[in-house]
Design a protein around this ligand. Structure first.
Ligand code: NAI
Ligand code: MG
Length: 357
């Protein structure tokens, strides 16, 4: 099986190197091929997503992605900015389901801004739809208001849309993912106010008939936001649209207080996927050897589980990460008094060591 390795910019290369070392330490051997992306792609080939990189990503069974972006490219026109690479990959690979776990290892409960008893042991998964919703709906723009109380004045407008196909396919991913976990799914919408999300609720309810073993609950987004900070452990899998998912997944990530720990996956209809840490390229700490590689290593574990069908290897990697945390090893972002501060490469090496049976 072939994995495309796209390290990208900033801390991307440092953290991806550690994840590659972990993959190479598994019994199973994978073919790994590296290509430039983001600012590095622009610097080498004049485009954030060079043709060769896209070709590799398309032919690979999965993509392991670091992060893209660097302030030195801020003055480039939008189409050439590093961040366009991730949008281009999502579009060209047909990635529509963004899976973002929010896991709080008991050892790190002190890192959260919430009380330990509220968040310790948190293990939830937010599934965000990526292709539809108000982010892409047409028409949109700024115009002279054609009607209503502000007729004749300038107004900005966007259009919220969801096609039935888009809702059905994300619902299937959500129910199937719930089947592999606690068999509970919360679908988050705003069906009381928005036509689009009443339709969403109707379609999710219909798809539920194919998954009678999963308990489905519908929740309005405002209530979901409240419950996420009040009693987040009540959730298991949450599925929602592009905009609500963008907001709720960042809020859920912050419950854990440690951005360097959170992996993510973006999947297509055949479980091919792109795996990356939830954080960005952290140019402020790039090259210093202090970035936390665990989000990227845990992204590689998700890749083993979801795209490469190697659940056992995924379990081993996740267990190794728990082991190094239990050993008290911490990169700077999760360091507390009484633990041992380690560098990016020391953390990676410790995970490799912990993999040994
Ligand atoms: P960021 O996530 O890169 O950094 C936010 C803060 O968290 C910084 O203080 C950083 O040092 C810290 N941080 C992030 N990852 C860390 C890690 N593994 N270990 C320790 N500390 C870590 O977000 P920011 O600063 O808003 O964006 C920086 C660049 O990353 C921008 O160019 C942005 O566009 C890009 N970005 C790229 C993403 C991607 O590649 N998918 C996602 C988000 C941002
Ligand atoms: Mg976001």
């Amino acid at each position: 099986m072939k994995i495309a390795i796209l390290p990208g910019d900033g801390i991307g290369p440092e953290i991806v190197e550690q994840a590659v070392n972990v993959l190479n330490a598994l019994d199973e051997k994978f073919e790994l091929e590296t290509a430039v992306v983001g600012g590095a792609g622009y610097a080498a080939h004049g485009h954030p997503l060079p043709d060769g990189t896209l070709k590799l990503a398309k032919e690979a069974d999965a993509v392991l992605f670091g992060a893209v972006g660097d302030y030195k490219y801020d003055s480039l026109e939008r189409a050439l900015r590093p961040e366009q690479a991730i949008l281009g990959l999502r579009k060209n690979l047909g990635l529509f389901a963004n899976l973002r776990p929010a896991i709080l290892y008991p050892e790190l409960a002190g890192a959260s801004t919430l009380k330990p008893e509220v968040v310790s042991g948190l293990d939830i998964l937010i599934i965000r739809e990526l292709t539809g919703d108000i982010y892409f709906g047409q028409p949109r723009g700024v115009r002279t208001s054609p009607d209503g109380a502000f007729k004749g004045e300038r107004e900005g407008f966007d259009t919220m849309r969801y096609a039935e196909t888009e809702i059905r396919r994300i619902a299937h991913v959500a129910f199937q993912t719930a089947q592999k976990r606690d068999k509970r799914l919360t679908s988050v919408d705003k069906a009381n106010v928005l036509e689009t999300f009443q339709f969403w609720r109707d379609i999710v309810t219909d798809v539920h008939q194919e998954y009678p073993d999963v308990a489905l609950e519908h929740m309005y987004v405002d209530n979901a936001a409240m419950q996420l900070v009040r009693a987040p452990k009540k959730f298991d899998v949450i599925v929602t649209g592009n905009m609500f998912g963008d907001i709720l997944s960042d809020a859920a990530a912050m419950l854990t207080g440690s951005i360097g720990m959170l992996p993510s996956a973006s999947l297509d209809a055949n479980n091919k996927g792109l795996y990356e840490p939830s954080h960005g390229s952290a140019p402020d700490i790039a090259g210093k050897g202090i970035a936390n590689p665990l989000a990227t290593i845990l992204s590689a574990a998700m890749m083993l589980r979801f795209s490469l069908n190697k659940a056992e290897q995924a379990d081993r990697v996740e267990a190794a990460v728990k082991k190094v945390l239990a050993q008290g090893l911490r990169t700077a972002d999760i360091f507390e008094a009484g633990t041992t501060k380690v560098s990016t490469s020391e953390m990676g090496a410790a995970v490799v060591k912990a993999l040994a049976k």
